[in-house]
Design a protein around this ligand. Sequence first.
Ligand code: ADP
Length: 264
Amino acid sequence: MAPAAQAPLKTPKIKAQSRNLDFYYSDFKALKSISMPIYENKVTALIGPSGCGKSTFLRCFNRMHDLYPGHRYGGSIDLLPDEIDLLHPSVDPIEVRMRLSMVFQKPNPFPKSIFENVAYGLRVRGEKSKTYIEDKVESALKGAAIWNEVKDRLDEVAVNLSGGQQQRLCIARSLATDPEIILFDEPTSALDPIATGAIEELIAEIKNKVTILIVTHNMQQAARCSDYTAYMYLGELVEFGETEEIFFKPKRKETEDYITGRFG
Ligand code: ADP
């Protein structure tokens, strides 16, 4: 019998693409001409030694740097399929932050109730329907795997939750506005191993709905959670590829040295 024809490898769709992206903190050039695709419904991890530009790169995607004077972008970040350049001055950064939401290193719930934390983005958007907001809050809390723990205490202040629960709440807050991309900036570095495991499982689940870009200093985490990995050094993208390839068959010696712990 003839061997079954191998199914062609499916190239994922590109959700966003940085093109020759430069970034300057005043005179200091922190990112140097980075061109990289972010694939849809995949997890892309950014790794590299401290100070190489991972967070700077991540923060370009939701225009966080706009909040500080003197910061400057060069190049573009195209969001597909609309082909909007997220960095273009005509693009409203508030709208960008709805479409690309960020989860920070330290959980940062607002000093409000659990319910209001999740409803926040919907209210900012001008949503008025009580039932719509309730439904969205419930589905976001379910999506962030925290519904069962909080459903009977939605009116309690969020800061009473444990660190891991707060981080899942922040993920629910992100999910509530149906973002296209979630940007995770070292989301587990303030958490214990059990809470870390829960967040990693959650990332694996939500990638079915949303594209994920994650900065991590933990290489095991990158290997466990991501489909694609980018290795950065001194503001440059050294190598980008499928995570398995980057970890087991890197093309560049610099990547291999970093992965095997000979550097950094
Ligand atoms: P990583 O996330 O890989 O640790 P960062 O993106 O935080 O790296 O930093 C990249 C470079 O930009 C570093 O040299 C850092 O010192 C510099 N940098 C970061 N934030 C600022 C800032 N607000 N002003 C000036 N330089 C900064």
